[in-house]
Design a protein around this ligand. Sequence first.
Ligand code: ADP
Ligand code: ASP
Ligand code: MG
Length: 453
Amino acid sequence: MVVKDLDIAKFGGTSVGNLAAMQSSFKVAVSNPNTKLVVVSACSGVTNILVELASGSCNGAKTEELINRLRGIHAEIIAGLKNQSELTAYIEERLSEIRNLCVEAGMSRSDALTDRIVCHGELMSSYLFTELFKENGVKARWFDVRQVMRTDSSFGCATPLVEVIYSLVQEKLMPLLTGDEIVITQGFISSNSEGQTTTLGRGGSDYTAALLGEACNAATISIWTDVPGVYTTDPRLVPHAQPISELTYLEAAEMATFGAKILHPSTLLPAVRRGIPVYVGSSREPELGGTWVRPATESHPPFRAVALRRHQTLIVLSSPKMVGVSGFLAQVFGIFAKYRRSVDLVSTSEVSIAVTLDAGTQTSGQSSISEDMLEELRSFCHVKVEHSLSLVAIIGNDMSSLPGIATKAFDSISSFPVRMICYGASSHNLCFLVNEQDDVAALQEVHRHLLES
Ligand code: ADP
Ligand code: ASP
Ligand code: MG
């Protein structure tokens, strides 16, 4: 089943963070007659509070304080709506469920329980947003995305089962999109085959929108956020950052992978599989325009953007036994695979190998490096672990084939100590690992040299 010219609009946390933001987002959604499916995040700040509640470390008073903050965020929105008693009852029911689950978390925390707690953020925001549509005379239907967003059981950062999602969406969601109602659903949350709640990892609502776009054969996916499009770098860190009107999937995917928070790292995968263009714009100021992410663009500059990814850990493994011996790398990577740690940068010499590990997007935020993993590594080589590092990634095109690229890039970072460099594996990025305390200054300097001329 196909709905012609279907647009899926995703509104992030700040775009539904309070009544005024919800009202702007409502106007954006109804201004496009093709927007039939709306995906929302939890109200800004809510997921952080829920993650803290799920950590199992809150005493009774702290739990009540956090629950009160949740109540306040949603009450501000309800105060601007008509159907106040029913909405308040719905939120109170969610809050009491959260409180009960927190008691369980206090006894024994788990990723599965965290997902059961954090899902309430998106459930509450989508419920209030649906009511706002209805009260403004627009036919709208609230839909629990867990009916169709099927994943495996890796709680906290689950893997979507794309084919199952396709069948479920075609069966349960598409028929709703052919009528005159706008369907409003949740990002980030999902369920496994046993009906247990899972989540797609922090920032996962973008990914939900893209997965639904793929399963619905959408014509466009619109990501509405708090900045008017994708910039040459994070405009909050570099005031001279410039908006980019068009980006290729590849460039946008590299930016997301290397820390540009504007898109969840996996967002582009479903869009690429179906060739769906993705638009990124500001829900508060849609008139400022935004960025189109497409299969190809007219320009492909060598330097397109710079991204910053914090909380990197460097592990240096060395062993004199490595000289002339095969299988060392396989052994090391086998251990990382066993502990499900994804390796980002790699650099090797005759007797050592250095890799960086990312903090990841696990919903609980708990991704510390396991002592057991380090012990296994120590059993056959010397292990040195360094924290407090950040990755500055330059993203562009033909970077490993054009002359002069390395000189310009290295010049741009020459005032800072660089712990590691990765260049050559991809023609779309060049990465520097720097000390966390230098990261913003390094980002600004690299941006100034490469993107402000
Ligand atoms: P949402 O809640 O809408 O998903 P996010 O906070 O996840 O919003 O993402 C938007 C933020 O991404 C912006 O406020 C900005 O600080 C940050 N960001 C990082 N890199 C970029 C970039 N290259 N262009 C635009 N914004 C960026
Ligand atoms: N609410 C979730 C988070 O804060 C998902 C999202 O906003 O995309 O991570
Ligand atoms: Mg986001």
